[in-house]
Design a protein around this ligand. Structure first.
Ligand code: CTP
Ligand code: CA
Length: 216
């Protein structure tokens, strides 16, 4: 039997959108595909998966409970509400900043001008990885990099305090595409996952988590 059976797993996916006014927002490039496929692969292994998703065009994967959010602040609150969990996987492309204030009415471009005051969003992965209570036993992040991928990903894993980080090179056509190439980086192990469909990468991660839980 899969060691994923009955495990409670929270996954974030998709972009966040940060409103400027009722008709404009800031966001990140993300189709949500990789996160949705991970949620689906874990559910297929018998896990109870909650997928906390920013806006995407994708249908909810089979056997997964989806919770829709828009902003980083809402995503963080939804993740905290979903705890306790056995594992947390941050796949979402969270917008690093949000407008300092949201205008209630559409701003006229002449009045708004061309500059925007921004404030930094909370780091959801680091917040969950560094929680004192209810920290999931396995916290996994992603590091999408365009250069110095492995070094940047190793540093990101340590900085954020997560157990594993999946590094992927997004300098080519990965964003929005159906294939991905990645490295799984843990404290004592690093494994390369060669370029493959995003579904295969998701199955590789589910298998690594299954092996991790069965060895405990
Ligand atoms: N992440 C998060 N909350 C944020 C920013 C990032 O949970 N506010 C998570 C992402 O879901 C991903 C990991 O952190 O799992 C790395 O995201 P990334 O954008 O690569 O890292 P940053 O710390 O934002 O660094 P930078 O964008 O400067 O490279
Ligand atoms: Ca970022």
């Amino acid at each position: 039997m899969s060691a994923l059976q009955g495990k409670s797993i929270v996954v974030t996916a998709g972009p966040t959108i940060e409103p400027i006014d009722p008709v404009r927002f800031l966001s990140n490039r993300s189709s949500g595909k990789q996160g949705y496929l991970i949620a689906e692969a874990l559910a297929a292994g018998g896990a109870n998966v909650r997928l906390i998703s920013g806006p995407t065009c994708l249908p909810c994967p089979n056997g997964v409970e989806r919770i829709d959010v828009e902003t980083a602040l809402d995503m963080l609150a939804a993740v905290e509400t979903a705890l306790p969990a056995d594992a947390f996987i941050a796949v979402a492309a969270v917008a690093d900043w949000r407008p300092a204030s949201k205008q209630a009415r559409k701003a006229e471009k002449a009045a708004q001008g061309a500059s925007l005051d921004l404030v930094e969003n909370p780091d959801i992965l680091a917040t969950i990885a560094q929680r004192e209570n209810d920290r999931p036993a396995l916290v996994i992040g992603f590091a999408a990099e365009t250069h110095d991928m492995l070094d940047r990903a190793r540093a990101k894993r340590l900085r954020k305090g997560c157990d594993w980080i999946i590094a992927n090179d997004v300098s080519g056509d990965v964003m929005g595409g159906d294939e991905n190439a990645a490295w799984l980086i843990g404290q004592t192990h690093e494994t390369e996952w060669k370029r493959a469909p995003k579904k295969t990468i998701a199955e590789n991660l589910a298998a690594a988590m299954d092996a991790h839980f069965s060895s405990r």
